[in-house]
Design a protein around this ligand. Structure first.
Ligand code: XBP
Ligand code: MG
Length: 256
């Protein structure tokens, strides 16, 4: 078997979009519908254990406003309305140019393409958000460089279910042991592992203390030349940033 593709999670992996993007967009949407709900950063950290904006809202209503939760139709209606409004705010925020890619992402995507590897996306968020994010950070021409987009709106169950990874493999016509996934969260690695895919983790402030059992490497970020990554877990390496050679080294050790 040879390594054929790299599959990237979006929120927390390509960009740190939760704190400055998704969270304020949720709070603005609450205000829009005159709800006196305010999600603090601390509460959001806890709510992030639930993947998917709609699923997160449902969890919040059921657990923090159980009075509303008595009528399922009303809850679904409210969740849908809030989430649509939140998506509009989030996409507008992206269009304003506020999001930036995490360290090493742009370099590694380009190196992968130069090396003849395919790149793809497996995310809980929606296609509209992913497209807006890639347009705002890598430019609209870059969209066509991805072989496949597997997004949360195309599957029934969100991460930690493996559905979105099963879908991306199906779309790419590849086997699990021909790809490597990049994730930032325990739900993410559970999803990738469930599909049989080996994973590299780059942590962020919300996920740094999570369990990444089975990861090939856990890093603070992908690193760049002159900006070394810190190895949090995994085999010691002389590498200081994630490049194609390092990926092939990990792949040969863990994937086949
Ligand atoms: C992270 C998520 C998403 C975002 C919000 O996705 O769980 O739900 O927080 O996006 P991933 P939506 O790490 O898999 O990219 O509101 O569009 O769901
Ligand atoms: Mg993520």
């Amino acid at each position: 078997m040879t390594l054929k593709a790299l599959i990237f999670d979006v929120d927390g992996t390509l960009t740190n979009t939760e704190k400055n993007g998704h969270l304020p967009a949720f709070n603005r949407a609450f205000r829009h519908f005159e709800l006196d709900w305010i999600w603090s950063n601390e509460l959001y950290h806890h709510l992030l254990n639930v993947s998917g904006g709609k699923e997160r809202l449902r969890f919040y209503i059921n657990n923090y406003h159980p009075d509303l939760g008595n009528n399922n139709d009303n809850v679904e209606d409210l969740v849908g309305k809030i989430h649509r409004q939140k998506t509009e705010y989030f996409v507008n925020w992206l269009a304003g140019g506020e999001a930036s890619l995490r360290v090493g992402i742009s370099r590694l995507l380009n190196e992968a393409l130069d090396a003849g590897l395919q790149i793809a996306i497996a995310t809980t968020t929606s296609k509209v958000n992913v497209y807006a994010l890639i347009e705002a950070t890598l430019g609209s021409d870059f969209l066509a460089k991805f072989t496949a987009f597997a997004t949360g709106d195309l599957v029934k169950n969100q991460k930690p279910s493996s559905e979105v990874y099963d879908l991306v493999l199906q779309k790419m016509q590849l086997k699990a042991n021909e790809v490597i996934a990049f994730e930032d969260s325990s739900n993410g690695i559970l999803a990738a592992s469930g599909a049989g895919i080996k994973t590299i983790i780059t942590v962020n402030e919300y996920t740094v203390n999570q369990d990444f059992e089975g990861a090939m490497a856990v890093l603070d970020n992908l690193g760049n030349r002159g900006r070394p990554f810190q190895l949090i877990a995994g085999d010691k390496t002389a590498k200081t940033y994630v490049d194609i050679d390092y990926l092939k080294e990990l792949y040969e050790k863990h994937c086949c």
